[in-house]
Ligand binder design. Structure first.
Ligand code: DC
Length: 227
């Protein structure tokens, strides 16, 4: 099956997506990391988010891949390990800005379709169920209250030893969502056939268990359909 998980930042898509993929024995693809990789390279090369020409050349010339070792997935760009470098607040903002670019989206969507076409994948992002795989077998829209999402991001940064203010983190989360939901190309929105899951006040384990149950049910039904 192809499983899509979309939703705003801090809703728990990565944690839940990784866990779900592990339990099902599926490949996990974090498409946000791909936009972050382009943002990092654009910053290193001094490319502005409005420079469509330069972004187009950039996205068609770089190689993004994921390597899973045990419980850890590393993000590589042209062989360089950028796992940590792409997680800063600055790259988060830049990735959101760059994701408005038509050429960047076209390039990354093509890569994502290639990576996921064989099935047995969990893809996580903003437009998976609406644009990348509109015919995905199973679609989830994972959401949570903005305050809770801000708290999760704040905890994540603090655990990494980064000095951030809670109010600033919350503001950034809300602003980035507004940016991602209001852009003209593939804005973040719930696909009509996506199952809405609210992760506020729920543990990772609870959410993953619910998704797993739905996935197993779906698989059972599709096996019956084929017979
Ligand atoms: O999931 P994330 O926070 O790592 O994503 C970073 C940014 O990338 C996000 O603010 C918007 C963009 N993005 C996108 O436009 N489409 C996707 N499928 C995934 C991410």
């Amino acid at each position: 099956m192809i499983i899509a998980i979309d939703g705003p930042s801090g809703a728990g898509k990565s944690t839940v997506g990784k866990n779900l993929a592990k339990r099902l024995g599926y490949l996990y693809i974090d498409t946000g990391a791909m936009y972050r990789a382009v943002a990092l390279k654009a910053k290193e090369r001094g490319i502005e988010p409005e420079d469509e020409m330069a972004l187009s050349q950039l996205v068609s010339s770089i190689q993004i891949s994921f390597v899973t070792r045990g419980d850890e997935t590393r993000v590589l760009c042209d062989g360089e390990d950028i796992t940590h470098a792409i997680r800063s607040p600055e790259i988060s903002r830049l990735a959101s800005d760059i994701s408005k670019s038509k050429r960047v989206r076209e390039g990354l969507v093509e890569m994502q379709r290639k990576m996921g076409k064989e099935g047995g994948v969990v893809l996580e992002g903003r437009d998976i169920g609406t644009v990348v795989f509109p015919d995905a077998d199973l679609k989830f829209y994972l959401d949570a209250d903005p305050e809770e999402r801000g708290r999760r991001r704040y905890r994540e940064f603090s655990e990494k030893g980064m000095k951030v203010e809670f109010n600033e983190t919350l503001k950034e989360v809300v602003e980035r969502d507004r940016n991602d939901m209001s852009r003209s190309l593939s804005p973040l929105k719930r696909a009509e056939d996506a199952i809405l899951i609210d992760s506020t006040c729920r543990s990772v384990e609870e959410v993953v268990r619910e998704m797993c149950r739905i996935a197993h049910e779906k698989r059972r039904w599709s096996e019956i359909d084929y017979r």
